[in-house]
Write a protein that binds this ligand. Structure first.
Ligand code: ADP
Length: 274
């Protein structure tokens, strides 16, 4: 009897812990399955999205072959082929960025990212598109700010916001990139006077491949991945992304990232929680 007592005691104490363990394992399995389902969905979506421009390019190439004696038609098909290949190229680029986001261990790759430089590059990338629509790109606000993060991902996020602002704006409007340093964070806002986003769609625009009524802006050749990259960059950096928009008037996207502490400055209060 004395020999039996200890195991029973042990069991009694272990039981609740054990069931919690089982629950935790079950939750883990459920999460794993959900992650797996999201991954499968993503692969299916990517395959579908890749097939569309590839199929279009093939059909256009055939059309070029058939129209070889009609230079005007050849030019028209060729220009559509260029649009479709641009679409394909940005899709591939964004899929790479997204998978990098999933693989990256930010604790290891965090470094000082200079916002002036990131903004200048993003503005540079969109300068041609902006110029062709007579859109003025303005940068203002605090300078000399740094965030703590992955340089490539921060650059991708900001450049997605700027290129969206240009893509979804009409001619002769302005796009303003405004930077603001707060105690622990840096806010990068991109303000446009473009088409805006319907209120009931605002929650959905950050979903992968989601585009507000693709017909209204087919010519932009977007992929629907840009904002999901922005959202992931914000989340993996412990930051945030906010959107404010009035349909027909414009949108403001604000990316919030943890402020980088300059080791020399001694301003420890500016350090973001990790
Ligand atoms: P896309 O490649 O289509 O631009 P995003 O994920 O970047 O994909 O954006 C998703 C959708 O959100 C876009 O298709 C567009 O409908 C809407 N959107 C994004 N940015 C803006 C903006 N600045 N103004 C208006 N609509 C926008």
């Amino acid at each position: 009897e004395r020999e039996l007592a200890p195991p029973i005691m042990v069991n009694a104490r272990v039981a609740p812990l054990g069931s919690r363990l089982v629950l935790a394992l079950l939750e883990d399995r459920t999460r794993e399955r959900r992650v797996e389902a999201v991954r499968r969905d993503f692969v299916a979506n990517v395959s579908h999205e890749l097939k569309t421009p590839v199929g279009a390019i093939k059909i256009l190439a055939e059309a070029v072959e058939d129209a070889s004696d009609d230079p005007e038609a050849v030019r028209r098909f060729a220009s559509r082929m260029r649009v479709e290949s641009d679409r394909l190229a940005s899709l591939v680029q964004q899929v790479i960025e997204l998978s990098r986001l999933q693989a990256v261990d930010l604790v290891e790759t965090r470094s000082e990212v200079r916002i002036d430089q990131v903004v200048a590059e993003a503005v540079d990338t969109s300068a041609l598109d902006a110029a062709s629509k007579g859109i003025s790109l303005v940068v203002r606000g605090d300078t000399g700010l740094s965030v703590s993060g992955d340089p490539k991902l921060v650059a991708a996020a900001v450049s997605n916001l700027v290129s969206n602002a240009v893509a979804y704006s009409g001619e002769r409007t302005s796009v303003v990139v405004e930077t603001k340093g707060l105690e622990r964070t840096v806010e990068i806002s991109v303000v446009d006077q473009g088409i805006g986003i319907p209120t009931d769609e605002i929650d959905r625009i950050f979903e992968r491949f989601y585009r507000v009524d693709p017909a209204r802006h087919r010519s932009t050749g977007g992929t629907g991945l840009g904002l999901s990259i922005v959202k992931h960059v914000a989340a993996t950096h412990g930051g945030d992304v906010r959107v404010w928009s009035v349909q027909g008037q414009g949108s403001t996207f604000t990316l919030v990232l943890p402020r980088h502490v300059n080791a020399d400055s001694g301003i420890i209060t500016a350090e973001a929680p990790t």
